[in-house]
Design a protein around this ligand. Structure first.
Ligand code: NDP
Length: 401
């Protein structure tokens, strides 16, 4: 029985609140805090109505203001924070956790607002301070990073003596009926998918132009979809933690219509993060674009189809070549029915809750700053299907890659 503080009341925050409240035996008291308190209040009302959990408080908080965060944490005294606001707030929330003596978990690595670049170095730099404080910070516990990292840890533990080739494949075959929308925070999403492609090969990073490498990949229950190599944050920690990997790539599906919109957005300067003066006011084009695009948390109403995300791995077991595929498919409709939001928020929020459950029940323990693949994958995967994301695996199949 523990107190937990969820920071962020977007699509993912909504799912985390629902899933924590479904497990009152672990999350006995919940505080949902975010920039706009009214959004927390709506979620808290819906969650209490749906789950019967009676102990959910809300608060307005600026998660970039460390003293304000520390004050709220000291007042509520949570055992841990589940941070599902934006990656810009990772460091301020980690800093506040250290000052208030609270464990930390997030789903996306830090990225500065003024440079579209994400990497773990800023958060890994907190290693000694979390160790000295006897606290644990778990990084990247959504789906990707998160479940994909745990899938890779399972492959290493149970299926291979040496993993050589890792391909993480991420397909969203859903249809929300909008001409253009992003499935999570538009600003973060557009920064991620417009950057250069990058993958790991033979001990170094290989950089490509955006979307330069593509291939048809067949996804279970979905069929073939054009998939593109993009850089994704878990590659950085996975090649460090599994040094036998000769190559590690991340593939994501994009429809032609989506890519055309993205190209236009870039060509007309709307993806820029450089402020421009408009009628005497500084406006960041990408932030303005976010304000006019559909809210990802509200895409769920007419969202049909599924996501399919998994890891395809080649390596050696008992001196023989082996292939392995592990994945989850998630239905947007089922996610919406349960939590009032779409599958991408659901596949991120469920693992965030489960990672927190692992920490609070002592299955994942220790001190310092750790990525999820550093923990025992077994208790997490034993629960993942039960909490809403069933997974499947196949060995010695044609991986297509
Ligand atoms: P949303 O934009 O829907 O929600 C973000 C929330 O954070 C909003 O409630 C927002 O408040 C709040 N927020 C923003 N700035 C502050 C601040 N300074 N102080 C307090 N609260 C703040 O995002 P999503 O729910 O779609 O995504 C949440 C996180 O999940 C992101 O970090 C994203 O990168 C990550 N993610 C991870 C994935 C994974 O698989 N690992 C996949 C998808 C997302 P307000 O409502 O006032 O704007």
């Amino acid at each position: 029985m523990s107190k937990v503080m969820i920071i962020g009341a977007g699509g993912v925050g909504r799912v985390v609140a629902f899933k924590c409240a479904q497990h009152p035996e672990v999350f006995s008291e919940i505080m949902l805090a975010s920039r706009t308190k009214s959004k927390c209040d709506i979620i808290a009302r819906d969650v209490m109505e749906a789950t019967g959990h009676r102990n959910i408080q809300t608060a307005g908080i600026d998660a970039e203001n460390i003293p304000e965060l520390v004050k709220l944490m000291k007042h509520f005294q949570p055992k841990m924070v589940i941070h599902v606001a934006l990656p810009y707030q990772d460091l301020t929330i980690m800093e506040a956790c250290l000052q208030a003596g609270v464990h930390y978990l997030d789903t996306a690595n830090y990225e500065p607002k003024d440079v579209a670049k994400f990497e773990y170095s800023w958060q890994w730099a907190y290693q000694e301070r979390f160790k000295d404080a006897g606290l644990l910070a778990v990084l990247g516990c959504g789906f990707d990073p998160g479940v994909t990292s745990v899938f890779t840890a399972r492959a290493a533990k149970h299926h291979f003596d040496e993993m050589h080739y890792l391909d993480i494949i991420d397909c969203n075959a859903g249809d929300h009926g909008k001409a253009f929308a992003t499935n999570f925070n538009p600003e973060i999403n557009i920064r991620e998918v417009t950057q250069k492609g990058k993958y790991w090969e033979n001990g170094q990073w290989v950089e490509t132009e955006p979307h330069a490498i593509s291939k048809m990949i067949t996804y279970p229950n979905i069929g073939p979809k054009k998939s593109y190599v993009i850089y994704h944050e878990e590659l950085e920690s996975l090649v460090k933690n599994f040094p036998t990997l000769k190559r590690a790539r991340f593939w994501m599906t994009f429809g032609d219509e989506y890519l055309t919109h993205l190209r236009v957005i870039q060509n007309i300067g709307m993806a820029s993060i450089e402020p421009i003066k408009y009628k005497g006011i500084d406006v960041v084009p990408l932030e303005f674009l976010k304000a006019v695009l559909p809210d990802p948390g509200e895409l769920g109403t007419n969202y049909t189809g599924q996501t399919s995300i998994g890891c395809r791995i080649k390596g050696i077991k008992d001196g023989q070549e082996k292939t392995y595929y592990i994945w989850n498919n998630c239905s947007h409709e089922a996610a919406y029915k349960e939590t009032g939001t779409q599958g991408v928020s659901y596949t991120t929020g469920v693992p965030a809750m489960l990672g927190a459950m692992m920490m609070l029940t002592g299955e994942w323990s220790g001190t310092g700053v750790k990525n999820v693949e550093e923990f025992n994958p077994d208790p997490f995967l034993a629960m993942l299907g039960k909490v809403g994301l069933p997974w499947h695996e196949l060995v010695n199949i044609d991986l297509e890659l």
